[in-house]
Write a protein that binds this ligand. Structure first.
Ligand SMILES: Nc1ncnc2c1ncn2[C@@H]1O[C@H](COP(=O)(O)OP(=O)(O)OP(=O)(O)O)[C@@H](O)[C@H]1O
Ligand SMILES: [Mg+2]
Length: 261
């Protein structure tokens, strides 16, 4: 019997510097499920990702978040990662002086905990095999973390990190932005290689194209700091074909963004 991971959000509200950006987000992501969030710019999608990872600037003012039944909001940032939550960021940061492989190994060991560190040999073997899947050159192991990486290389590196950390729940923020078609397929392959009951995923994307390669079970539309509509893969196809106006009309939304004024 496997224990399926589960991330449940109830009416999550978030403020940044006193301005309310998220206005009540409800979602449940279970192991084995892929959810996609699509939505216009500036509607709060990345804010949701950052707030869940515990970014100090994003204050969760009300609502509940549970990861595998435990109160996520009570956990420190490192505890969230150890409990199996992972975020691939829209804009990954560069760290000079720290090699990619040292960073990745530290992250893996931090998750495994003291006394249970992975052996160097085993780590390198695993990293090599994942880099093969992602068609990454070995030189990326010894380069400084993200420093001078092209946009596409950074995205591949985020997925490499995910594949090594094996999170229960992953949030992938615009993992497809800036990827050429071949890279898109490779990144999708990386995500698909993780698909099983012990892995649930929330993909934030602007383009249905990614969802041709990673078939979502659920598609949610994000506007005004919350999910305003949910459906299956057909919803993403309609958004790609027709844009967001029909959703706004249907729901009587004039300005879909948040945080103005
Ligand atoms: N750290 C921050 N400081 C100040 N304002 C912020 C911060 N993060 C987000 N915001 C504001 O919150 C609003 C929502 O931003 P967010 O990045 O969540 O949008 P998004 O839906 O991810 O957009 P995009 O599709 O362009 O990535 C924006 O008005 C943004 O300027
Ligand atoms: Mg964003």
């Amino acid at each position: 019997m496997s224990n399926k991971p589960n991330l449940t959000l109830k009416d999550i509200k978030v403020e940044i510097e006193g301005r309310e950006i998220l206005k009540g987000v409800n979602i449940e992501i279970k192991g084995g499920e892929i959810h996609a969030i699509m939505g216009p710019n500036g509607t709060g999608k990345s804010t949701l990702a950052s707030a869940l990872m515990g970014h100090p600037k994003y204050e969760i003012t009300s609502g509940e978040a549970h990861l595998n039944g435990e109160d996520l909001l009570e956990m420190e940032v490192d505890e969230r990662a150890r409990a199996g939550l992972f975020l691939a960021m829209q804009y990954p940061s560069e760290i000079s002086g720290v090699t990619n492989s040292d960073f990745l190994r530290s992250a893996v060991n931090a998750k495994r905990g003291e006394g249970n560190e992975i052996s160097l040999m085993k780590f390198i073997r695993e990293m090599d095999s994942k880099m093969d899947v992602l068609e990454m050159d070995q030189k990326f192991a010894t380069r400084y973390l993200n420093e001078g990486f092209s946009g596409g290389e950074k995205k591949r590196n985020e997925i490499l990190q995910m594949m090594l950390l094996k999170p229960g729940i992953a949030i992938l923020d615009e993992i497809d932005s800036g990827l050429d078609i071949d890279a898109l397929k490779v990144v999708a392959e990386g995500v698909n290689s993780m698909r099983n009951d012990e892995f649930g995923c929330l993909i934030i994307t602007h383009y249905q194209r990614l969802l041709n390669y990673i078939k979502p079970d659920f598609v949610h539309v994000f506007m005004q700091g919350r999910i305003v509509k949910s459906g299956g893969p057909e919803l993403a196809e309609r958004l790609e074909a027709e844009g967001y106006d029909w959703v706004k009309e249907e729901l009587g939304i004039e300005d879909e963004t948040v945080g103005k004024g």
